[in-house]
Design a binder for this molecule. Structure first.
Ligand code: RB5
Length: 142
């Protein structure tokens, strides 16, 4: 299951990603926000990440205006490796090398088509492990 959330700045791209997940028959849980009313992004970052930490979701997607606030909030949570990005290469590499489990996107940075494409790459790319496993393990230290 994929946990997905946004604030008002990320609502449009979140809805586009959800439409794509629906079409592909990928199970997801939408943790809000559901309207364009102004809300606080840490609330949604925490809700999505909780689904991952408690084992309900394999991965998460968080959308705000830039993706940055969501990524800062998400990366404070132990066990979360969140990547904010806007290009296909980074979407692939953060899965292959960082084993990122949360994708953060900015609705004021990328359009819906790009958001759908980046989510697709993120969800379909496997972690390589190997030499990267030691480095990823180091992220969990202290
Ligand atoms: C909300 O205006 C905006 O600050 C938020 O969506 C996000 O971009 C924060 O990083």
């Amino acid at each position: 299951m994929i946990a997905i959330g946004c604030d008002h700045g990320g609502l449009e791209i979140k809805n586009a990603i959800i439409e794509d997940l629906k079409q592909k028959g990928i199970e997801y849980k939408d943790l809000g926000t559901y309207t364009s009313d102004s809300v606080d992004y840490p609330v949604y970052a925490k809700a999505v990440c909780a689904e991952i930490v408690n084992g309900n979701a394999e991965k998460g997607i968080l959308c705000c205006g830039t993706g940055i606030g969501m990524s800062i909030a998400a990366n404070k949570i132990k066990g979360i490796r969140a990547a904010v990005l806007s290009d296909e290469f980074s979407a692939e590499m953060t899965r292959r090398h960082n084993d990122a489990n949360v994708l953060c996107l900015g609705g004021r940075v990328i359009d819906c088509e790009k958001a759908v494409k980046l989510a697709e790459i993120f969800l379909n790319t496997e972690y390589e492990g190997g030499r990267h496993a030691r480095r990823v393990a180091m992220l969990e230290e202290n």
